[in-house]
Every structure is written in C-alpha cells, then in structure tokens.
Design a protein around this ligand. Structure first.
Ligand code: TRP
Length: 344
C-alpha cells in the first residue's frame, strides 16, 4: 500500500477550535495563512468541536461558536468550494481513528505533552481523559485524510511531532507504509500578536479588557479607537528591527503593521524610523481599518443567515467523509477488523 494521498500530491489539513471572539491574533497567526495555502494545496479546514469538549462547554454556546468560527473563515477569504470547510463531529472517522491511535500511542509520549500540563493545571486528577488524549484525536484529524502538510502555530509543534510518531508506530506495528509523516508548516514572524495593553502577553480572547484585542467583528471606529489607545513608549521608532529589542509594545505594533501590509519589519521601519507614535499610530489605524473592517462586516452579514453557514458545513462534511471513509476502510482492514472489504 502506498503512502501518497488519493490526489497523488500534497494535501493540507488544519483545525481551529470553536471558541467565540476570534481576534487579530487568530487572523494573522492562522486564518490568513490558510487563505493563502488554499491556492496551492488541496485544503481541508476543520472546526474542531470534538476537541472543544475536552473542557466543559455550554451546548448552545458551542453551536453558536462553531457557526462564528466558520463565518470568520469564510469572511477571511476561505472558499468553501475550493477548500473543504466542516465541523469535526460530523465526520465519524475522526473518532474512529482516534481510538485506534489511542491503542498505538504510549502513555510516556502523552505524558510529555506540555499543552496538557498547562491546560490541566494543578488539579490534574480532575482533568478529563479527553484532554489527556487530545493529541491522538489531532493525529486522527490529520491522518484520516492522509494529509501531508499541516499549517500550525508554534504552540502545536509538539502535537505534530507526536502525530508523526503515531503514524510511524502504526506503519511499523502493522508492517505497512500507509500513513505519510505529515510536515508541520510553522507560520512565520506574524504568529505572535500580543495584547495591545501589554506587549509581553499574547493577545487573548480571555483578557478582561476588550481594548487588549481587535476582534474580527469589530467595526472601523472600534478598530481605530483601540489602536489609538494601545500602550506605547515615549521614544521614536528605530530604523532597524534590532532597535525594537526590549520595547515589547513597539515591537508588537510594528509587527502588526508589517503583517497587515505584507512587508517585513525592516521595510516598515525604513519608512517610519525616527518618527514617534503620533505619526505611526494613525498610519497603523488606517491600514488595520482598510484590511480588517470589510472582514468584520462580512462576518456580521454571514451570521445573520445561519442556515447558509449550516449548509456550507453540511456540504463540507459530505466531501470530507468521502475522502476519509475509504481511508478508514483500509485502516480497519490493516488492523484486522472483520467487515466489509475496502473498495480498491
Ligand atoms: N490543536 C489545534 C489548536 O489548538 C487545533 C487542531 C485540532 C488542529 N486538530 C488539528 C490543528 C489538526 C492542526 C491539525 O490550535
């Protein structure tokens, strides 16, 4: 059996949690890259509601957040025709393969996962088994499609390495070359968007101050206002990136400008070096409004018509299942489950 994808080429899979209040950090850190990648790869983008319930969720809120995240993907420019967009729970092969991977992955491997340690906190005994085995479900997400490339942020790198370990262990245990070892595509410099109130902490939906973040639903006035109020220091901007060292807030704002303008930091500083924030902030506000406000508007419009969003997810789930079902049939055969033979 071969390790190539059905398309014989490269296939991208990535996932995003259905949490409300997506912000600039999510956009520049992940979503924007997904939009770019869909032109060069067969792309599957999944709203991971199974992962969401590894911690307690309000059911009505979970449904709403799933729609909101889908709307933000669409508003950002992901094409539901060109790419596949769906929510994870709709395609049963994720859970089926996750179980098989639970029987391949070792306790020792999972014990090393830093995200579990962070999320479980001090009260580890009270964490769900699902939170512990979160990475085996993530491996199943990717490998149920035999995806070859996985765009993720730096924080997911360890989970991707585990995915490769699981793929390799499966192949070895069953003496097949069935699963590819997927490559992480770690995003570049724009990944870390920091709080507008504190340049040393990540922009976060759970920050008490709404002024700390630019939400994807914010309108033009609010975006401009939040940038006006962003924390800065009294110095002028340097003319090279090295001069931003130790100036967390300045570094963050220049980084956001560079990412939104699709330029590198040095090029932005060659324009603004020597200028103060009195000049830089209005320029950043104008750019942010130009790039982000239409997306927010689009998103609000999409959310007025939830049926349309649900139809897109229906269609995506059917297309995703059409890829995953024959792969799972082969896996079942490899593992030795008695049942219908895979079509070949
Ligand atoms: N764990 C990822 C995150 O929190 C989301 C995710 C779930 C994912 N399944 C995935 C990302 C598969 C890439 C591939 O960001």
């Amino acid at each position: 059996m071969s390790a190539t994808t059905a398309a014989g080429g490269n296939r991208i899979f990535s996932g995003i949690q259905p949490t409300g209040n997506l912000h600039l950090g999510n956009y520049l850190g992940a979503i924007r890259n997904w939009v770019t990648l869909q032109d060069s790869f067969e792309s599957i983008y999944c709203v991971v509601d199974l992962h969401a319930i590894t911690v307690a969720q309000d059911p009505a809120q979970l449904r709403q957040s799933t729609r909101e995240v889908t709307a933000s993907l669409l508003a950002a420019g992901i094409s539901p025709e060109q790419s596949i967009v769906f929510n994870q729970s709709r395609v049963p092969m994720h859970s089926q393969l996750a179980w098989i991977f639970n029987c391949v992955a070792r306790l020792g491997w999972l014990n090393r996962m830093t995200q579990f340690k962070e999320k479980a906190g001090k009260n580890r005994e009270n964490a769900t088994v699902g939170l512990y085995s979160y990475p085996t479900l993530m491996a199943a997400d990717i490998l149920a499609y035999r995806a070859t490339h996985v765009p993720v942020g730096e924080d997911q790198k360890q989970h991707l390495e585990l995915t490769r370990d699981i793929a390799q262990a499966f192949n070895q245990a069953y003496e097949v070359e069935f699963f590819p070892l997927p490559e992480p595509q770690i995003f570049g410099s724009a990944t870390r968007v920091m709080s507008l109130r504190d340049g040393t902490s990540k922009m976060s939906k759970s920050d008490a101050s709404d002024n700390s973040r630019i939400n994807m639903t914010d309108d033009a006035d609010l975006i401009a206002q939040k940038i006006r109020k962003a924390k800065t220091d009294p110095d002028a901007l340097p003319s090279e990136a090295a001069g931003l060292e130790g100036r967390a807030e300045a570094q963050n704002l220049v980084g956001i400008f560079a990412a939104l303008a699709d330029r590198d930091v040095d090029s932005v500083l060659s324009e603004f070096g020597g200028q103060g924030f009195g000049v830089f902030k209005p320029a950043l506000a104008e750019l942010a409004v130009e790039k982000l406000a239409p997306m927010g508007k689009n998103m609000r419009m999409l959310l007025e018509n939830p049926d349309h969003i649900d139809n897109i997810l229906d269609d995506g789930a059917a297309r995703a299942e059409a890829i995953a079902a024959p792969i799972l049939a082969e896996v079942n055969e490899i593992v030795g489950f008695l049942g219908a033979k895979p079509q070949s």
